[in-house]
Design a protein around this ligand. Structure first.
Ligand SMILES: [Zn+2]
Length: 229
């Protein structure tokens, strides 16, 4: 099926954007990987103009670096950028849980608890892709339940940038947040204990940032076809 023939609701460059974003977030597509225009055009059955549109949107969000005469690459954030991203997440997410403690509904708590249950299940099954996806998804859900669509977008941007940072700098033994700290945060929100929920989120971010290792070597051998098709 050609994506070019889809209706206006399924903008082809968004499909490409989302697929690449997801592959980065799930840590399949590694920093420094070259994203060849012609190969992407073939994989998604779209024109190179559409691919370029998706790549500029990814560049705007900090996920892709465009190098003149060389092409597009998955971005490689520096450790200074990594620290800034965690600073931003700590600031925003502790305020989001604070807000959620005040506004939370039984429905919101049920969704958070269901999500943590899915994380536990993925962990039990040993499904690493699901673990990573659901782990980031927990933070996006907090954003969705506590914030506006705008804050949801900001958080989505920060979570995807964090995925890049974790791919680059996290020790190999670590793969995701782990459901236990998420469960503690949900319990504090359910109890409307804002001080504890904020402290737990702060600790959770410290914990995640503490798993970064500057000596980690990068593996850049990736076949785009295996990942995106
Ligand atoms: Zn987490």
């Amino acid at each position: 099926m050609s994506l070019e023939t889809d209706g206006p609701g399924d903008s082809p460059h968004l499909v490409i954007y989302n697929r690449i974003w997801q592959s980065i977030a799930e840590r399949k597509l590694r920093p420094g990987t070259r994203l060849k225009e012609e190969q992407l055009a073939e994989i998604f059955a779209v024109s190179r103009a559409r691919v370029r549109q998706a790549l500029s949107a990814l560049e705007r969000d900090g996920l892709v670096t465009l190098v003149p005469n060389r092409g597009a690459f998955v971005a490689e954030p520096s450790i200074e950028e990594a620290r800034d991203i965690f600073f931003a997440r700590r600031t925003i997410e502790s305020q989001l849980v604070n807000r959620l403690c005040a506004t939370r509904t039984p429905g919101a708590i049920a969704r958070l608890e269901d999500h943590v249950a899915l994380e536990r299940d993925a962990r039990k099954r040993g499904d690493k892709t699901d673990c990573v996806r659901l782990s980031g998804g927990f933070h996006l859900l907090i954003g969705e339940l506590a914030g506006s669509p705008y804050l949801g977008d900001v958080l989505r941007d920060l979570v995807s940038r964090t995925s890049l940072i974790l791919v680059m700098y996290q020790r190999r033994s670590q793969t995701d947040c782990g459901p236990d700290e998420h469960a503690d945060i949900v319990a504090a929100i359910a109890a409307q204990d804002a001080a504890t929920a904020m402290a737990l989120m702060d600790h959770h971010m410290d914990h995640l940032e503490g798993t970064l290792d500057l000596d980690d070597e990068l593996a850049r051998q990736t076949d785009l076809k295996d990942l995106l098709q």
